[in-house]
Design a protein around this ligand. Structure first.
Ligand code: DP6
Length: 336
């Protein structure tokens, strides 16, 4: 057990999307999802645990300029609830002090909950002296409410749940980061917080008339086709599946009751530009999470050229070039 521990954990981008839960309380997904772990978009979290001290936990957010602010409201509540879960698991009483910082600009509209809750789970495990495997940590991270955090426990290409047919299974790697060097060029078109949370999106998804059709398509071979394309490093096979998945997620969101509209005009501008790049021979395909930003997946050697093309489009506020990366790790320096 360490008095203070610092962990960094990666964000991830889903190739097959998690959209809909079979058990919202236990955060069990309705279908398996597959993601690529990112290399540069990471959350670093420091935790200090003092046994037998009963003062409230403190949660500090450090921004990109190094300024620290005490978190309040729903973010603090979610963190403390997760720390409670971890204390309960360890059977320990005590107080946490936490500080957290994202490597990507705060408010860039990139999902930070997957990297954030993965880092928090691993750090809490160390701080409480729990000896947990990555699989156990993956299940605990999922229970934070951010299902995609279950995938951020592993580097490379990851499937959650790792055993088909068992929604309780943890995530697990299907290929290492060195297996395939892909880039994720992220076009940030809106920097605000999304109006409807993913949790609410999962809840509304079954109300869409397209929801069951998507489950049939997934079961009918799409998941297997994505696994095969990753194994064969076949971007021409993977790319169209990435776009189908992203568009379907948003069709379901837009046709849920009440509907959820995540897209901004610039979302369409980027999607059209990616199709244009392909017409000129580029190997680049788009995907999106539950938000307006577009992730362009391409071979690593094409990342800079794709970023240059996307960055000059109207409505694109920022471009982040990331790629496939490794799972969580301990860091020597602390934020507290
Ligand atoms: C569209 O419930 O994990 O990104 O906690 O907000 O990250 P956050 O969402 P979560 O749902 C993820 C939804 C998704 C698809 C995916 O990552 O699989």
């Amino acid at each position: 057990m360490r008095a203070m521990v610092t962990v960094t954990a990666p964000a991830n981008i889903a190739f097959i999307k998690y959209w809909g839960t079979r058990d919202p309380r236990r955060v069990l997904p309705v279908n398996p999802s597959i993601s690529m772990t990112l290399g540069r978009c990471r959350t670093t979290t420091t935790l200090a645990f003092t046994p037998d001290e009963t003062a409230p936990d403190t949660v500090t957010v450090v921004d990109e300029r190094g300024r620290a602010t005490e978190a309040t409201g729903s973010f603090r509540e979610r963190v403390v609830r997760h720390l409670d879960r971890m204390r309960e698991r360890a059977g320990r009483v005590g107080r946490f002090r936490m500080a957290t910082r994202n490597s990507f600009p705060t408010g860039a509209g990139i999902a930070s909950s997957a990297s954030g809750f993965a880092a928090l789970t691993v750090a809490a495990g160390h701080a409480l002296g729990l000896d947990l495997s990555p699989a156990e940590l993956s299940c605990l991270a999922r229970e934070s409410g951010s299902g995609s955090a279950a995938r951020s426990l592993f580097g490379g290409y990851v499937e959650w749940p790792s055993r088909s047919g068992d929604p309780e299974a943890p995530a697990g790697p299907i290929a290492s980061a060195s297996h395939w060097d892909l880039s994720d060029v992220i076009a940030v078109v809106d920097q605000g917080e999304k109006e409807v949370s993913s949790v609410e999106g999962h809840r509304r998804a079954p109300s869409s008339p397209h929801y069951e059709q998507r489950q049939r398509l997934l079961a009918g071979g799409r998941i297997e086709a994505v696994r095969r394309a990753i194994a064969a490093r076949d971007l021409a096979a993977l790319g169209p599946l990435l776009e189908e998945e992203a568009i379907e997620l948003h069709i379901i969101a837009m046709s849920s009751s009440p509907p959820i509209h995540y897209w901004k005009p610039a979302t369409l501008t980027v999607l059209e530009a990616v199709r244009g790049l392909r017409r000129h021979g580029a190997r680049a395909w788009a995907t999106m999470d539950a938000g307006p930003n577009v992730h362009v997946i391409c071979p690593a050697q094409d990342g800079a050229a794709v970023a240059a093309a996307i960055g000059s489009l109207p409505g694109v506020r920022q471009v982040i070039v990331d790629g496939v990366g490794e799972g969580p790790r301990l860091e020597p320096g602390h934020l507290l």
